[in-house]
Design a protein around this ligand. Sequence first.
Ligand code: CP
Length: 320
Amino acid sequence: MTRAFELRHLLGLEGMAPGTITELLDLATRMKEIGERPLKKVPSLRGKTVCTLFVEASTRTRTSFEVAAKRLSADTMSLTATASSLTKGETLLDTAKNLEAMGPDIIILRHSAAGAPHFLSRHVRAAVVNAGDGRHEHPTQALLDLFTIRERLGRLAGLDVAIVGDIANSRVARSNIFALGAMGARVRVSGPGTMLPPGLEQLGVTVHRQIETAIEGADVVMMLRIQKERMGSDLFPSDREYFRRFGLTRERLRLARPNALVMHPGPINRGVEITADVADGPESVILDQVKNGVAVRMAVLYVLAQRSAGDSLPAVGDAS
Ligand code: CP
């Protein structure tokens, strides 16, 4: 098993050992405590530089990586596609090489092309974190989802988790399927037939054509956004029809276990994937997911920086 502190990059969760995932979640628990202090800052990454390079839009992931880096006292550089020379035709590799000339220790990349972070990791010295690559993976989102489930329900093994929506286009679904499966949870997926890619069963999940059977008795109901930007053509007749067949309503939620968690990675399309009363209701942990994202990303940055620095970084939580 690769120990968390031996990770060179974080490119995906496929094949990651349960022990490695547990180490990251345990470290995130310690990081969360730092975020609850009056002074939410420790010097662990002082002198380190973290660069975010987002070639696709983001609200939660980009800002939470920046908050995470700042809480660990790292210096940050932030670049988005529209504000960069990518708009003038500079390639991703040239952009990354130029950023690397300024000495970042960690580059966090979001890109519409699956495999872009893997490509970058072969060409730069910095550690690379995948912040979402096309339809492929979004490892820190899945880690924060697992963290939130474990925090609320006390375990992951043996839970029934329903993932509902645009499975075909969702990197969040893929990373969660890999990580939840590794941790011993049972995953059910559901969505319109056009959004269920072939071969899902080979990933160890059960496939449900109706949301009702997917949700029935579930401990966790994870709704996904319809990724219209990744669809070549419409995969369902209308938003209204989608909501009628696959929207999470209070009535449908009653099929899940009592006190089941409602999750969504965001951004939410209210009235399409989920009703407002469920998104804002007592079962919803959607904003906990966002809060926990900072702690999980602090843990990821810490382990990647630790490796590049040998054992010289201050211990987690050391405020001196
Ligand atoms: N969950 C998620 O990736 O959100 P953003 O696109 O806002 O980063």
